[in-house]
Ligand binder design. Sequence first.
Ligand code: HEC
Ligand code: HEC
Length: 370
Amino acid sequence: MYRNLVRLTGLLLTFVIMSSTFAQKVYEKQNPPRKLTQQQAKVAASNYQKYCSLCHGDDREGYKNDHAPSLRSATLFESGVPHAILRPTSYGRQGTAMAGYLDEVGGPMTLDEIWDLTYWLFWQSGAQRVKLSEDPVEGDVQRGESVYQAHCATCHGVEGEGVNAPALANPSALAHNKDEFIRYTIEKGRDGTPMVAFADKLSQQDIDNVTAFIRSKATDAQIKTTSLKAIPTPDKYIINPDSDDPNFELTDGIYVSSVDLHQALQANKKMVILDTRVPSVWQRAHIEGAVPFPYYTDLSEKLKDLPKDVQIVGYCSCPRAATEYIVNQLRDLGYTQTAVLYEGIFGWMNLGYPVVKAEGMLESMPDLAH
Ligand code: HEC
Ligand code: HEC
């Protein structure tokens, strides 16, 4: 009897210690956002296919191109709606293939369309929203760093630069994601992705510590505002119209290297360069002379502006998917002199080749109450 009591107390104690270490936080539920009308849902679904499926997949599963994350994890939509969805969709993630889609920064969508798409994604995910606090998560940054290096760096990079997972130190991600949203992801993971839940691997305190470490990577660099550049008109499409053809030797019959493109530009060769990303990122930085020609371009409307007898080179940041998508369509339509920049624009920039940059980009936050 007595022995049993001791055993029971021991068990209870272990349980109390275990649960104070690993007990998950209890989150209050939050009311769901508004429902879309049938018409809004129809438009949102078609905007998703047109603008997002290229990288995030036809079924929101993610990882179709360039490690684009899942857009159907329940944990993302429990914790991320609206702002962790609305803001990256509006303004993009600087330095990644995720561009801003809001018209204000040069993208193709209105703010209302982005709100509807955010809520459409939520309803598709079947998630139930939880209430997160706006307060910063307090923790020991140094201890957080050692936890980070031991458990996170292989995927997210030693400096949070991202290896095969999002760059956690990305300035736009840190500007858009609240501490509790980051913490929730670490605790619960993202179902259906390589991001596992750390609730039973790290203590609650260490989850706070690593969150505080990630937050410590934020800089308070000011994002300057600037006006949008004019999009080149079709009469400006051909660079060096009086010069001759660059005669590229293409790898696999489709790829041109940054070295060869750079040489051709320096030799003032005749070309059309298409930037197949969302125009908001063309606004930020592009190869000189490049024309915005986003992957969702309606070719039936734009073909009249594209010459068939001039070398066309396309590039994107994903690093090739969006351009291959366009170039393959052009080839089917008889554009034989077409090529894809192998390294993409980030590769080009990493090799030290020049781009035309904006001084800064407008990055206001959309209205919080909606
Ligand atoms: C060219 C590829 C590409 C396209 C097209 C694209 N995305 Fe992304 N998206 C990405 C990548 C890559 C990331 C991860 C960026 C990073 O590393 O932080 C991302 C991240 C996101 C995130 C952040 C998710 C998270 O886990 O925090 C959201 C939300 C998002 N995209 C929504 C969209 C929506 C909505 C569209 C269509 C309007 C879209 N994306 C189109 C590549 C793309
Ligand atoms: C096996 C690789 C891997 C490891 C290890 C890993 N992650 Fe992740 N993490 C990912 C992937 C992949 C995603 C994107 C998942 C998706 O599709 O939503 C992600 C997403 C995240 C996000 C959300 C980012 C965003 O922009 O929405 C956070 C925060 C995060 N991880 C933090 C951590 C922390 C902290 C650790 C260590 C305790 C860690 N991760 C360990 C692969 C990993």
